[in-house]
Design a protein. Structure first.
Lengths: 895, 110
């Protein structure tokens, strides 16, 4: 009841302060009237009665004020009054308010968006229980002909088993498999895992069960666990799926479980998990990823030392890895946090840089708003002096000033957070290819807390800063003369100069970083993709098993289509492949081994992509032949075992050997099995397969479905065609549609596009990553120039009187122009020098992010200097010419 | 103390107002007059402390206010004791008496 009363009164005082005041007035008036009547009754004259009543009553205002002090919500009331005043002031100068709010919104929004990304991708622990105990078990080598970094292996899995530092260890390896069934065949990344992987990670299936030890034995019946996404998309979230059979690469596999939605191991694109079925009698070298869970208390260093003592035993379980081979390669265990692998170092660096960039933008924004406020504070000196002279408490002026800046910052922050929401929605939608863990990026409490504290700090600083320049005015009744002083107050001048300097320096740094990034992006779009993308039309045809049951049917269909296409006018060459470069997400390379040569280097396996191609494909794509020959029609004959390899395979796996005639084996089939070996008949140039920025990994091209020991059926069922034409490629599209329709009317031709558009799309991924930086650069430049112009224009207007006096005393207008210009440019050059020096100092941090561009790239530095000087000149020129055309009479009269 | 001996002791104004209002609802000026009459002019309530006190008491829900027309036809804000105020007046009175007795006892000793 009492609370209710209190609230009702407070609410009324806040909502209707004028009603409350009027009521108090009326009460006072009534009191006075009654008092006067009483005096009258006592015999006083009416005038005297009035006067005495008034005297005995005392100051009406004071009474009202002391009543206000008894108001329950007096602080709130005062705050509301300040807020109203602040809003009125901001409405009076809409240009200033909008500029300040937008500036802050850009600064705060950018920070919020990037910080939530950093927080989601880098700072949050991985979504596994005790994720800090998960480590990757990898190996390092001394380099040379073998990669510097090697993963684990089934051999080390067995050999490291007794290690006491680990609670459990597991292997995993991801391949693409083709899921067939009622719908069109679909190639999906499948992770082959040892059965204990779920125990290591601490996650169980949401439906069904995990793998058993028996299911992980070689030769056991095939079982599979589905991802939540696949289960929903392909199987309509049917709970009865458990126990049913699906076809993977044409082989039946029983579904035993479905993982929870959040499970994204080893990456978000993996849709299926199958037991690896490690054969202890046929252990492998170093090509399988290995993850372990440390026992509580064990550190990666301790674990690594323990594994080092166990490593030599690998020679006892794998006959082709002799102690000499191990030693010669300088192999050592490398145990590091698994989290480091989930987000690669390049992404970490990019994110930190991006954060540093938006932090710079925020700082520029803050300096900008601070200078705007400082300028406005100058123009309100009179008001403040007057209020101070009339007895406004210093504390209250301060509260008023902070309230005003808080309103600005709050509006800016609200708009900024809204911007950040939009940016993050876009990132989650389009950024999945460029950023790991993007699904975990969100604006959460922690992010908002950081934003709020940044905003609070800004509000306080902005609110207090302008007041500092008022301190000297307190008490001296200078509101008449103060603003007419001949020269600007030296302290305020220094402050303004410092602000301009800081702004230019930060803008310079920002522009250098972003300029270098843009050069990097530019270099990436100029990257040699390894083929000639112009004048090539591509499309895709998938052949369902129902109508094309055998490999021969599939091969026959492709041959017929290609033969018909080659008859079309303007066609130069045509072929088909399992994977068009840059068209599909990065697939992990498959294990590739080469035959041993007597006295040759170690035969450690490497990784290479497994691809299918028909004769004519390389000619159509314009991929150059470096040795030997291309595939030809005869290679399609079964058991020819002819393959092409790329330069990268020769470089890493066949160094110092004649590649043509060498033997290679892909996949899990052993090298010792002669039937599974293929013979290299030619070497072609490297092709950027999955992304523009990564150096191409090796690839082996198989002439479709014919290689013994390698099941190529899944490659052949879903082929992409490449057709090189003499004219505009898309003009050929209708003829091809018609041609395929003629051969099989039920077969859709999909993804009809030019190779050029695929390459452009791939570089747009890079552009997406760079877009943030470009935006930051643009925002920084814009804010910087506005700030620079504002400060210089203001500094000049402060000198109006001085300039007027000088001109009146005979100074030439042109000289005044030079003087103002010189002042502005001097500041600009000093800030620029400071910023460029800082950028040079930071080169170590920037270098890893760049691609074929030096961290002190002269072109970038010169361009940044030119842009900033230009902006500075323009910013100084306008006030300078205004100064030159000053009418001394008006100037002397001006404030 | 010496300068205004008719000013009530600090802190007693609430009690005086409450006590006055137990007789009948009254407006601010009436309250001040009543206090003066009842104490034969010994106590005079300053307007500067009367109105804040009324506001304070209303906030505590000890009194209630309402605009009414006086006998002379003017609009005035009348204050009235609430049930809570009724009980509070009793409590405050008892507490004041204990206080006075204690002070008396102390003064009698010296």
């Amino acid at each position: 009841m009492r609370i209710y009363k209190w609230l009702a009164m407070s609410l009324r005082e806040i909502m209707h302060p004028s009603d409350v005041a009027a009521e108090a007035d009326e009460e006072m008036r009534f009191h006075l009237a009654m008092e006067a009547e009483r005096k009258l009754r006592e015999g006083a004259t009416p005038e005297r009665a009035q006067r005495d009543a008034a005297i005995s009553f005392g100051g009406v205002l004071r009474h009202k004020e002391s009543m206000q002090d008894e108001q329950p919500a007096r602080y709130l009331v005062r705050l509301v009054r300040d807020l109203r005043f602040a809003l009125r002031m901001l409405r009076k100068t809409p240009g200033f308010s909008i500029a300040a709010i937008l500036t802050l919104a850009v600064g705060i929004g950018g920070n919020t968006a990037v910080f939530s990304t950093v927080s989601g991708v880098l700072l949050h622990p991985l979504p596994y229980p005790n994720a800090d105990r998960l480590v990757t078990i990898a190996h390092t080598t001394k380099g040379g002909s073998i990669p510097k970094n090697l993963p684990g292996s089934s051999a080390t899995y067995v050999v490291y088993e007794p290690a006491k530092s680990f609670a459990a260890m597991a292997l995993y390896e991801t391949f693409n498999l083709t899921l067939t069934g009622r719908d069109l065949p679909e190639r999906l990344p499948v992770s082959h895992v040892t059965q204990n992987i779920f125990a290591v990670l601490g996650v169980s299936p949401r439906l069904g069960r995990a793998f058993t030890v028996d299911e992980d034995q070689p030769g056991a019946a095939s079982v599979v666990i589905l991802s939540d996404a696949l289960w929903r998309r392909r199987f309509g979230a049917d709970r009865a799926i458990v126990g049913q059979s699906v076809l993977l690469d044409g082989r039946p596999s029983t579904v035993i479980g479905v993982m929870p939605r959040s499970f994204a191991f080893p990456s978000e694109d993996v849709q299926l998990w199958m037991p690896m079925q490690v054969d202890v009698h046929n252990l492998e070298g170093f090509h399988t990823q290995s993850i372990g869970r440390l026992r509580p208390g064990a550190t990666p260093e301790v674990a690594q030392r323990e594994l080092t003592t166990l490593l030599p035993r690998v020679s006892t379980v794998v006959d082709f890895l002799s102690p000499e081979t191990l030693q010669g390669a300088g192999i050592r265990p490398d145990v590091h946090p698994y989290a480091d692998d989930v987000v690669p170092i390049s992404v970490r660096r990019t994110l930190w840089t991006l954060w540093a960039t938006v932090a710079l933008v925020l700082m520029i924004a803050c300096v900008n708003v601070a200078s705007l406020l400082a300028v406005r504070a100058e123009s309100r000196r009179r008001e403040m002096s007057l209020r101070s002279a009339l007895g406004a408490a210093r504390g209250h002026l301060l509260a008023q000033s902070v309230t005003e800046s808080t309103v600005l910052v709050l509006a800016g922050a609200a708009l900024g957070v809204a911007l950040a929401y939009v940016a993050i929605a876009m990132l989650r939608r389009f950024g999945a290819d460029v950023l790991p863990r993007v699904g975990e990026v969100r604006i959460d409490g922690a992010v908002l807390a950081v934003t709020a504290s940044v905003a609070a700090g800004a509000a306080l600083v902005f609110g207090l800063a302008p007041l500092l320049s008022h301190r000297s005015e307190r008490g001296s009744l200078v509101f008449g003369l103060g603003s007419r002083e001949g020269t600007a107050d030296a302290r305020a001048l220094r402050l303004r100069h410092a602000l301009v300097l800081a702004q230019v320096a930060m803008a310079a740094m920002l522009l250098v970083v972003c300029g270098l990034m843009l050069r990097t992006a530019q270099n990436l779009t100029r990257v040699d993709v390894g083929f000639r993308p112009d004048n090539v039309l591509t499309f895709r045809i998938a052949l369902p098993e129902v109508s094309y049951p055998t490999s021969a049917d599939v091969a026959h269909f492709h041959e017929r289509v290609l033969a018909r296409i080659r008859e079309l006018p303007n066609v130069v060459a045509a072929g088909a492949t399992s994977d068009l470069p840059l068209a599909s997400p990065a697939a992990p390379g498959d294990v590739l081994r080469t035959d041993r040569v007597a006295g040759g280097p170690s035969t450690l396996p490497g990784a290479a992509e497994m691809r299918g191609a028909t004769p004519g494909y390389f000619e159509a794509m314009g991929i150059p032949l470096h040795r030997g020959r291309f595939l030809r029609d005869g290679d399609i004959e079964p058991a020819s075992g002819s393959v092409l390899v790329t330069d990268a395979v020769v470089r890493t796996m066949l160094p110092g050997r004649e590649p043509v005639g060498a033997h290679v084996a892909h996949g899990l089939a052993g090298v010792r099995d002669e039937r599974s070996m293929s013979t290299v008949v030619g070497v072609i140039g490297d092709v950027r397969g999955s992304s523009l920025e990564e150096a191409p990994i090796g690839a082996v091209y198989y002439p479709m479905e014919t290689t013994p020991g390698v099941n190529m059926d899944w490659l052949a069922r879903r082929m992409s065609y490449a057709v090189r034409v003499r004219s505009e490629p898309m003009a050929l599209a209708p003829s091809i549609q018609a041609l395929v329709h003629e051969l099989d009317s039920g077969l859709p031709v999909t993804e009809m596009r030019t190779m050029r558009s695929i390459v452009d799309a791939a570089s747009s991924k890079t552009r997406f990553a760079m877009m943030g930086l470009a935006l930051a650069a643009a925002a920084g430049l814009l804010l910087g120039s506005i700030g620079l112009y504002g400060m210089l224009a203001y500094a000049t207007s402060q000198r109006t009187r001085e300039i007027g006096v000088r001109i009146a005393l005979g100074a030439k207008p042109a000289a005044m122009r030079v003087s103002v210009l010189r002042q502005g440019l001097a500041l600009c050059v000093a800030g620029l020098a400071l910023g460029l020096l800082a950028a040079i100092a930071l080169r170590v941090a920037i270098r890893p992010l760049l691609y074929e561009v030096s961290a002190t790239d002269p072109l970038t530095f010169v361009a940044v200097a030119a842009v900033l000087l230009l902006v500075g000149t323009v910013a100084a020129w306008i006030p300078a010419s205004r100064a030159a055309h000053l009418d001394p009479v008006l100037a002397l009269r001006s404030d | 103390m010496g300068e205004s001996s008719t000013e009530p002791l600090r802190g007693t104004i609430d009690l005086l107002v409450l006590k006055t209002l137990t007789l009948a609802p009254m407006h601010g000026w009436g309250i001040s007059q009543r206090i003066q009459q009842l104490t034969d002019g010994a106590l005079e309530v300053n307007q500067g402390s009367l109105y804040p006190a009324l506001q304070r008491l209303e906030r505590r829900d000890w009194i209630d206010s309402e605009w009414r027309v006086t006998e002379s036809g003017r609009r005035a804000k009348y204050y009235r004791l609430t049930a809570v105020g009724q009980r509070a007046a009793g409590r405050e009175t008892a507490s004041w008496r204990r206080h006075v007795l204690a002070v008396e006892a102390l003064l009698a000793q010296t």
